[in-house]
Design a protein around this ligand. Structure first.
Ligand SMILES: Nc1ncnc2c1ncn2[C@@H]1O[C@H](COP(=O)(O)OP(=O)(O)O)[C@@H](O)[C@H]1O
Ligand SMILES: [Mg+2]
Length: 260
């Protein structure tokens, strides 16, 4: 990657506004949202329910057209980025096909998209190994734990070799120990792949542990409340949560969140 392309943001949102009309009233899901997400950045999005976190990810993924403002994804429009398969999406519900094995679920986007594995990129087996499921590739979803199913859905999102990974409360339904482990592993995957990640969470600790910055949104209308830089070492293990810096940061996030 040359210097000029590295300097271009992965996502550049200018004055984004999204309104919905539902149940005979207008909802301003997002208003005047501005953010540049750097290539390779890990950005977490934190805010109360209904503040537009999912809506913003859907705008980036070209699932919603913003009513106002402009958005660039890797220097092109969201539809163009979608066509290039630059974007992977992981939801809270892994939504695996029950009649396909872990490996077959990961292979699915390649079969649906008609694209053979591109040279040099990680194939389905390698991705399952990367997410720690090397010996479970022939297991069916019902034979896997909730955490393992979510690992499969991460591998599936990566099989098209996206540049940007959007994650909408992916670990929200998991128990705390499993979530902690997946957080650590996600950081490892992020480093290995160099992906840009936009990660939505309700959890202050998760937002602080994973993010290089935390985008805090407020509700009614959904808008940016504060963008908080995370001044913690790049190499993070869960032990970092015991440090005064981490405790101070989460206390700040909690204060801001309470005022959202
Ligand atoms: N498709 C939709 N139709 C109508 N209202 C919607 C739709 N999607 C989201 N909203 C509303 O927009 C606001 C933001 O929603 P959302 O982005 O899902 O919030 P979050 O993910 O932060 O909880 C909420 O008030 C929600 O009810
Ligand atoms: Mg949401």
């Amino acid at each position: 990657m040359d210097a000029s392309s590295a300097a271009r943001p992965a996502v550049s949102a200018r004055n984004i506004g999204v309104r919905f009309f539902a149940e005979r009233r207008n909802v301003t899901a997002l208003q005047g949202l501005n953010i540049d997400v750097a290539q390779g950045e890990f950005l977490t999005l934190l805010g109360p329910s209904g503040c537009g976190k999912s809506t913003f990810l859907r705008v980036v993924a070209d699932l919603i057209d913003p009513g106002s403002g402009a958005i660039d994804v890797l220097s092109s429009s969201p539809p163009a980025a979608r066509k290039r398969r630059d974007i992977g999406f992981v939801f809270q519900d892994p939504a695996l096909l029950p009649w396909r094995t872990a490996l077959q679920n990961v292979e699915l986007p390649l079969q649906v998209g008609g694209g053979a594995a591109r040279k040099g990129r990680r194939g389905p087996r390698e991705l399952l190994e990367m997410v720690g499921l090397k010996d479970r590739e022939h297991a069916y979803p019902h034979e896997l734990s909730g955490g393992q199913r979510q690992r499969v859905s991460i591998a599936r999102a990566l099989v098209s070799d996206p540049k940007i990974l959007l994650m909408d409360e992916p670990f929200g339904a998991l128990d705390e120990i499993t979530r902690d482990r997946l957080n650590e592993e996600l950081l490892r995957v992020w480093k290995e792949t160099g992906l840009t990640v936009l990660f939505v969470t309700h959890s202050i600790h998760e937002a602080a542990f994973l993010g290089q910055r935390v985008l805090m949104l407020a509700t009614n209308p959904g808008r940016v409340r504060e963008i908080v830089p995370v001044d913690l070492p790049g190499d993070r293990t869960l032990a970092i949560r015991e440090t005064p810096e981490f405790v101070q940061l989460t206390a700040h996030l909690r204060r801001v969140l309470e005022s959202c």
